[in-house]
Design a protein around this ligand. Structure first.
Ligand code: 6PG
Length: 245
């Protein structure tokens, strides 16, 4: 199946471990298609924990870790040692277990005030990533999750304007907790060479089905508006998340 954003490629695994293995193998293959630095935006939340552990335990010798640069598509504005930190989770489960150096890890500076952190991270991305004709940073791989409400990164349904925000990063607000977040904006997501939705669990199936089925209801879900301009769009799903197709 073509991997154009209009016709995303769907990869299904029986369980999260299997779909994460398919994604890990995808990363190995994609890295082999280019040389030099390989820039990955990791998603947050709980879903990627399985992927991080798998990469650390079984891909130590299958990935040239010296090429891999880590970023985050969004980050909660909490200290880096806070239990809700996306950076902390990825660092503990993956980055501290593989041979990467500090200059390959690019966290959001959450010690700053939110607006300052957002503009600081915009600079970090522009300094470290190649840019497209529009001057936007281009990730080689942008791994996204999807929330129960259809949000992705930290673009929530009540802040759809972040899908077209001209900035590279912006401050978002969690609709329930009010927690401030830094998120990459829609244009940066869509500038990525490849965008991967890694979504597992039956509770996500209804919205996944509405998005992949082109339902009008999906228009209110930020995840439905991810359409990489020149890149590929992939949905890596377990059977639970794919059960409404
Ligand atoms: C975050 C994420 C967010 C996450 C989804 C899915 O910081 O929370 O980046 O977009 O990917 O909310 O979260 P789960 O994997 O926990 O379901």
């Amino acid at each position: 199946m073509a991997d154009s954003s209009k016709n995303p490629r769907i990869v299904v695994g029986h369980r999260p471990a299997e779909v994460c293995k398919k994604l890990a193998d995808f990363i190995v293959d994609d890295m082999a298609k280019k040389s030099g630095p390989y820039h990955v935006a990791w998603s947050g939340g709980s879903t990627p924990k399985v992927l991080f552990k798998l990469l650390a335990e079984e891909y130590l010798d299958r990935i040239d870790w010296s090429r891999l640069h880590s970023y985050w598509g969004d980050e909660r504005m909490v200290p880096h040692d806070h239990e809700e930190s996306n950076y902390r989770m990825c660092r503990a489960l993956l980055l501290d277990q593989v041979p990467v150096t500090e200059d390959q890890i690019h966290p959001v500076h959450t010690e700053l005030m939110p607006e300052i952190a957002a503009s600081d991270y915009s600079e970090t991305l522009l300094e470290n990533l190649p840019t497209n004709d529009a001057g936007l940073p281009v990730f080689d791989l942008n791994i996204l999750g999807m929330g129960d409400d259809g949000h992705t990164a930290s673009i929530f349904p009540h802040q759809m304007e972040l899908l077209t925000d001209k900035r590279v990063c912006a401050v978002a607000t969690h609709p329930d907790s009010g927690q401030k977040r830094v998120t990459i904006t829609g244009p940066v997501i869509n500038a990525s060479a490849k965008v991967i939705f890694l979504v597992t669990g039956a509770r996500k199936a209804e919205k996944v089905g509405e998005i992949l089925g082109g339902s009008a209801k999906a228009e209110t879900y930020p995840a439905a508006h991810v359409q990489p301009e020149n890149g590929g769009l992939y949905w890596f799903l377990d059977e639970g998340a794919y059960s409404n197709r």
